[in-house]
Design a protein around this ligand. Structure first.
Ligand SMILES: [Zn+2]
Length: 230
């Protein structure tokens, strides 16, 4: 029985690396798959991971009908056992429904990888639909870490060095957008997200001569140091 599986995580948790590994594992067993992605940091028609691996991929444009794309290839005689769909948070809810239909009617496994929530901590529409429709949602176990050492569960947007919580939902990082400043992303634990305390802000605060009247626990490190035994 084919399945629709949503592998979710924050940025920097190795999603694209796992997507590549998933493709490798299945093709090593003689299965044939298609790789889709959307707005990968390395450009169009490529799935890249931060560890430096990459492979060709089909770009999911806003207009692409995934059902038609997959049925068209199958009708032309191409064997398709599974799909690897990276950056799935950027797919439209309609495209996620097309993925579910591919699983149910073509018996093709769909492995979708994506970030659940945006820089405002609100679900991306594509991720929301995946959570609603997936047979399984698997939270990736490689954890991204906040600068304080806690598990990072949020993706903060930083514009010209300052964390922002308002703006367009989709702005690809490391870009200069028409005078709007340089946009970067930083993973933070919830506590430091709520306090708008990025690594840079924390450094500035620790250098500030001002003494807070009460302990905000702003720069607290984890109670236990991280050791190799962990
Ligand atoms: Zn933190």
């Amino acid at each position: 029985m084919a399945e629709l599986v949503f592998f979710s995580g924050t940025m920097d948790c190795g999603k694209s690396t796992l997507a590549l590994q998933m493709d490798h594992n299945h093709s090593a067993r003689g299965r044939v798959g298609l790789i889709f992605t959307k707005m990968d940091r390395a450009g169009s028609n490529v799935l890249s991971s931060r560890l430096g691996l990459s492979t060709g991929a089909l770009e999911v444009s806003d207009e692409l009908d995934l059902w038609d794309a997959v049925v068209g290839r199958a009708t032309a005689g191409q064997r398709i056992d599974y799909l690897v769909c990276d950056e799935a948070q950027f797919y439209s809810p309609r495209q996620v429904e097309q993925l579910a239909r591919i699983v149910d009617e073509m018996d093709v496994d769909v492995f979708a990888f994506g970030i659940t929530a945006d820089f405002r901590t609100e679900l991306f529409p594509g991720s929301k639909r995946l959570i609603e429709l997936a047979d399984r949602v698997q939270v990736l176990q490689v954890e991204a870490l906040c600068w304080c050492g806690r598990r990072a569960t949020t993706n903060a947007r930083v514009v010209d060095g300052v964390m922002v919580v308002e703006g367009e939902q989709v702005v690809v990082g490391d870009t200069q957008t028409g005078g709007a400043g340089v946009v970067e992303y930083e993973v933070l634990c919830r506590r430091h997200y709520m306090r708008r305390m990025t690594a840079q802000a924390a450094r500035a605060a620790s250098l500030s001569p001002e003494v807070l009247p009460f302990d905000l626990d702003v720069c607290a490190l984890p109670a236990r140091p991280i050791t190799q035994a962990d």
